[in-house]
Design a protein around this ligand. Structure first.
Ligand code: IYR
Length: 224
C-alpha cells in the first residue's frame, strides 16, 4: 500500500498561564461528570447526538481503521424492544450468571435487573465494535486494537455529552448479542457498550462515591 501524503499539523502554541488555566478548567469540568441512572423523557435534538458521535470518531485507532459504529435510537418501539431484551438478559445475570463475589461488589451501587431508563431516555446509543471490515476487494480485512480503539472512542463520546450538558450511563447488558439482532447490524459488528443519553430526571440522585486521588492513580520517575 502507498504511504499517506502528509499535511502540516494544526498546532496552536499556548502560553504557560493559559495552559495551566485550561488544564484546571477541563479537569474541573470532567470531575463533575457522573454516571446517571434516573433519566427525564425530555427530548434531545438529534444534532447534539450527531456531534457527540462526531467527537467519538476523533479517537485514535489501530492502523486508523476507526473500527466503531455508533447506532442511535430514539424510536420508542425499538427502545422498548431493547429494554425487554436487556432486562431478560440482566434477570438471568443477576439471578443465575453473576457469581456471589460480583453481586457483592455491585451491592453498594444498588443496581438490579430493572432497566427503565432504556425506555425513558430519549436516546439509546450503542457502540458496535467492528472486528473486521470489508476490504476494497470485498474480502474480510482484520482490524487491530479494536477493544482499545472503541474504549477511547466511547471515552470521548462520554466527555462530549458531559461537555454539552447531557448525561449518560455506560450500560453493558451481558451478553449483548440481542442488540445486533434488534438493530439489524452485520455479523462483523459486536455490541461494545450501550449508552442511554438525555437529561437527568429532576429528582435524580447519584451515589456518594469519590474518585481516587492523584497519588493513588499515578507513579512518577522524574528528571533530577
Ligand atoms: N451489567 C449489569 C451489571 C453491572 C455490572 C457492573 I461491573 C457495574 O458497574 C454496574 C452494573 C447492569 O447494568 O446492571
Amino acid at each position: 500500500m502507498a504511504k499517506y501524503s502528509h499535511v502540516s499539523l494544526q498546532f496552536a502554541e499556548r502560553s504557560q498561564k493559559e495552559m495551566r488555566t485550561r488544564a484546571r478548567q477541563f479537569y474541573r469540568l470532567m470531575a463533575a461528570r457522573r454516571s446517571v441512572r434516573a433519566f427525564s423523557d425530555r427530548a434531545v435534538p438529534k444534532e447534539l447526538i450527531e456531534d457527540a458521535i462526531r467527537t467519538a470518531g476523533t479517537a485514535p485507532s489501530g492502523a486508523h481503521r476507526q473500527p466503531w459504529r455508533f447506532v442511535a435510537v430514539s424510536d420508542p418501539a425499538l427502545k422498548r424492544k431493547i429494554r425487554i431484551a436487556a432486562e431478560a438478559e440482566e434477570y438471568e445475570s443477576y439471578h443465575r450468571r453473576m457469581p456471589p463475589e460480583w453481586l457483592k461488589a455491585l451491592a453498594p451501587l444498588g443496581t438490579d435487573w430493572h432497566k427503565p431508563y432504556l425506555e425513558t431516555a430519549p436516546w439509546i446509543v450503542v457502540c458496535f465494535a467492528e472486528f473486521y471490515g470489508l476490504g476494497p476487494d470485498g474480502k474480510n480485512r482484520k482490524n487491530y486494537y479494536v477493544q482499545e480503539s472503541c474504549g477511547m472512542a466511547c471515552g470521548l463520546f462520554i466527555a462530549a455529552l458531559h461537555h454539552m450538558g447531557l448525561v449518560t450511563l455506560t450500560h453493558t447488558p451481558s451478553p449483548m448479542r440481542f442488540l445486533r439482532d434488534i438493530l439489524g447490524r452485520p455479523s462483523n459488528e459486536r455490541a461494545y457498550v450501550l449508552f442511554p443519553v438525555g437529561y437527568p430526571s429532576t429528582d435524580a440522585t447519584v451515589p456518594d462515591i469519590h474518585r481516587k486521588p492523584l497519588c493513588d492513580i499515578s507513579a512518577w520517575h522524574e528528571s533530577a
